[in-house]
Design a protein around this ligand. Sequence first.
Ligand SMILES: Cc1cc2nc3c(=O)[nH]c(=O)nc-3n(C[C@H](O)[C@H](O)[C@H](O)COP(=O)(O)OP(=O)(O)OC[C@H]3O[C@@H](n4cnc5c(N)ncnc54)[C@H](O)[C@@H]3O)c2cc1C
Length: 226
Amino acid sequence: RQAAVESHRDFIRSWPLLVDALRHVAHPPIRNRGTIGGSLAHNDPAAELPAVMVVLGASMILQSATAQRTVPAEDFFVSPLETLLAPDELLIAIEAPMRDPSAGWGFAEISRRHGDFALAAAAVQQIPGDAARAPGARIVVTGVAERPLRVTEAENILCEGIWSAARDKAIRAAVETAVEPFEDLHAPGWYRQQAAGVMVARACQDALMRGTDLSTCRDKKPGAVA
Ligand SMILES: Cc1cc2nc3c(=O)[nH]c(=O)nc-3n(C[C@H](O)[C@H](O)[C@H](O)COP(=O)(O)OP(=O)(O)OC[C@H]3O[C@@H](n4cnc5c(N)ncnc54)[C@H](O)[C@@H]3O)c2cc1C
């Protein structure tokens, strides 16, 4: 159940991005009944959890009566309400790496009311580089495309280093170019497009503040830009 994960000490410690995102999923009574697997199998294009799974680099374990297979989250979500699950398969487990101790994470969402499906939301994880490895980042938006959308151009900008007004602008521009927002009674496409850029910028700043690499954020205060 979503509520059980949200309040579990191990998840708060090891998958804090998932826990942060869960708090945007509907309301407590819904999360008391809804499951993680149900949300992923349902794959609403504005759902929070598919985006989180892609950011975490999770794998979906699918089981039929005769076989088991493992599918990366990035491939699992195909289009609205469609996944790679075959009619005779169940999603029986999800494997996701535990948080790297130096990693920062951020989740930002805009919706008409808290708990509504996202008009636009962003999930971000940033791992600082060191002598042994290059910095890494994953940025995924939801609510603005047919499936959780990775914005690699924005990831590259985030990895370049210190946060600045110019980097904030460049990341928002990269997101606005990448998304394919749809229009519905909740919001026009242009609104979702701009909101996606702002959500990514906010989530990136949270990720930089929570990570251990002090060089990436000049002033570790919420909303600070150089
Ligand atoms: C009022 C309301 C508001 C909501 N708001 C949000 C929101 O803001 N954000 C959000 O992300 N979600 C939202 N949800 C969705 C909710 O959080 C649940 O994720 C969703 O309803 C799925 O519920 P469930 O886990 O009971 O799955 P079910 O309803 O039981 O299943 C959903 C689908 O997935 C299939 N399925 C379920 N489990 C598996 C499995 N293990 N393997 C294979 N197939 C499976 C079922 O056959 C069915 O087709 C909302 C739901 C409601 C009712």
